[in-house]
Every structure is written in C-alpha cells, then in structure tokens.
Write a protein that binds this ligand. Sequence first.
Ligand code: GLC
Length: 430
Amino acid sequence: MRMLTRITLALAIALATVAFAQGAAIDCITDEPATITYIGDPVANLGETEQDTAAAFMEACPHITVEIIPGPASTSELLANYLVMFEGRSGDIDVLRVDVIHPGILADNLVDLLPYFSDEELAAHFPGYIENTMVGDRMVAIAFRLGAGMLYYRTDLLEEYGFDGPPATWDDLESMAATIQAGERAAGNADFWGFVWQGDNYEGLTCNALEWQVSEGGGTVVNRELEPEVNNDATLRAMERAAGWVGTISPPGVTGYREEDARAVWHVGNAAFMRNWPYAMASSATSEAIADVWEVAPLPAGASGTYAATMGGWTLGVNRYSANVDAAVAFAKHFASYEEQKRRAVENAINPTIADLYEDADVIAAVPAFAGLNEVFMGATPRPSTATGAQYDQVSSLYSTAVHAVLTGELDADTALTLLELDLEALLGN
Ligand code: GLC
C-alpha cells in the first residue's frame, strides 16, 4: 500500500528556532582544551543545521572549538580525499563524515568507538545501522542519519493531467512523465522535464541503478557469496529502460547529474518527478515555485512486483591519527545524540537513526512524511558493501561505469553487462 503524505514543512521550518540545548547533558569526555575539525556536508542547507549542532556542543564544552570544513558533495570524492589523508597518516581532520557504505574501507584508520557508548545508547539506534559500522568487534563509526531513495512528485500537475496518484510502476511513470512534459511544453515551458534523477558516473548512479535492477528482479549486483548478479534479463531490461529516458522524459544532460543537479531542476518547478533522498524535502517545502504542490511516495515497481529503495545514510568516525581523540569522540557522540538528531529532523527534515524519534510528537508534527514512509526507510535495500568490504568502492565504480556507458549509448546493455560480469568475477575471484 502506498502511503501518500502531505508535507507541511514550511511552517515547521519557520518556527524551528526551537532550542534543544537544554536536552540531556553533553559529555565533554576531556577537560583538555582542543580544536577539532569536522568535514561538514555542503549539500542544500544541511550546513546550517550542522553549525547549530556544533554551537550547542561548544556552549556546553567551551574549551573545545569545532571547526567545520565543508567537504565535497560527492561521496566518491569524499572517500578519495580520506584515502589520500590516511595514506599520509594525517590527523588534519578529526571527525569524519562516513557514508554507510564506507566503514569497511576506512576501518583501519578509525578509532573503536564501542568503549565510549553504553549498551542503552546503542540500542536506541536501528540495529542495521549499528551492525553496519561494526568491523570485526570494533565499532568504527556512529550512525546519525538514515536515507532511502524515494519519488518526489508534483500534486498540481498530476491533478491537472487527470492522474489519481503517483505512478505505481515504471511504465506508469514513463507515460505520466511523457504526458505532463508534452503538455507543459505546449503551454510554453521549454525547460520542463518529466523525470530527473542521478545519472552521472559516481556512487549516486550506483544507488539509482540498484533500484531499477532490484525492482525488476535482477539481483543486488553482488550477492553474499560474492557472485556477480548483473548479467541477466531483468537487469538488461532495467538498464535499457533507463537508457530510453535519456533525452526523452529526462534531460540529455541527466548523465551528468548528481543529487543537487536534479534538485535544482525540480526546485524551480521544471520537473514532474524526481528521484532523490529525503534531504530534498526541507528545501522543496520552502521553494517559491513548488512549496505546496508536491508530495513523496515510494519509487515505482518493476517486474518483481515491488519497488526498491537503496539504503543510504551517514555515520561519524574519529581519525585514529587525531591529536585530540577524546574531544573528537565527544563531538561525534553529541552529533549522533537523540537531542541533535531531533534538532536536525525538526529543523531540516533529516532522517534520524534513532527509532523513538519517529514517534516523537515534535518530529512527526514537523515532518509527517516520516510516519507515512516508514516502510520505505525500514525496508531499504543495502548496497553490497558488507559482502565486498574493502573492495566495495571498486565494485561500485565498475557497476556505475557500465551503467553509465549504457545510458550514454557508448555500449549496448548486453555488452556492458557481459563485460561487467567478467570484471566483477576477476575482481572478486569467483
Ligand atoms: C546519499 C546517501 C549515501 C549515498 C549518496 C550517493 O548521500 O545517504 O549513502 O552513497 O547519497 O550519492
């Protein structure tokens, strides 16, 4: 069942000067003065809320200064920066923002956080997000944000063109997007597109393509036995279908789009549908063009009969070469705490990893979609990063490169998937 939820964030955001600083006491862990650095999130307005989190910490621990250094928006580039930093055993960045797919790759360079948390503190988080940061018996990061791919759609346009609700299947999405796009263009908006998503060759394309593939019944790229799952009819169909969107219902330039490129088109009212993560809800709710005329729904289903949402999200790790490990851990703990996850949920619709916050009255009042899309968040499909561990980044870049070649027409899907399977077999030794 589709749960369609109206987002009425604008008001909540306008009122979100709520002070959470009086919540549970903040543990500074150390009395030593220190300056620590954190790699901040430059996407949309996430940085402002992170500044508030840092300010609350510095108020409680005035001997610790937190400097936020904006990192790249692309998770692939962020990882590359970390790997260069660790190559030189540098302690320049104390607290790292680590994508849910990267704890395995970075583990050797991160502090074990387990001794700093009580069982009760850890039990408050969704278990999958804690398991995901366990490498052997060490917890190398702490989860602070959950993510899942979802469909944003324009309620006003669906109504205008006579559609009852969001598309149930990819076929529905294609025909609805084509109808609305043709109508809007005929009405004079030459820049209007049916569907925007992330088609650049990077981790975001891996996330989009996994959703197409899994919803079609094509498997999860690499299974638990480390066997490739890409060279099959369902995946072929899924990739060919997506290639058909490029230049028809999606801009030709979508093969260079990342999250913020898709959001830019959507934000000004030039798209009927967008695939994106939950972070785009807050800015959509304050967009001059579309604030009151959009909703979110699960992504469309493919031949498997159901939709798939890629599991995303973020964690914090502490650099083991840091000169101020205790201060860095104190900040990471504060960042991932109930109070701060609540602050970011209310101010910015950022999905918490703490289960109780989805039943917190203030959070649900600010972001009703959190209740309606619970199934999407909890049932999300992980990328094969646990099975492939330190090799995940190579797996993902082989996959996104092959998919990108199909999208741009450089290779036909059959050739691309046959070669991809061989490459994955060679990499994983199967
Ligand atoms: C989002 C997700 C993250 C994913 C990235 C891809 O930030 O939370 O897990 O890897 O997008 O671009």
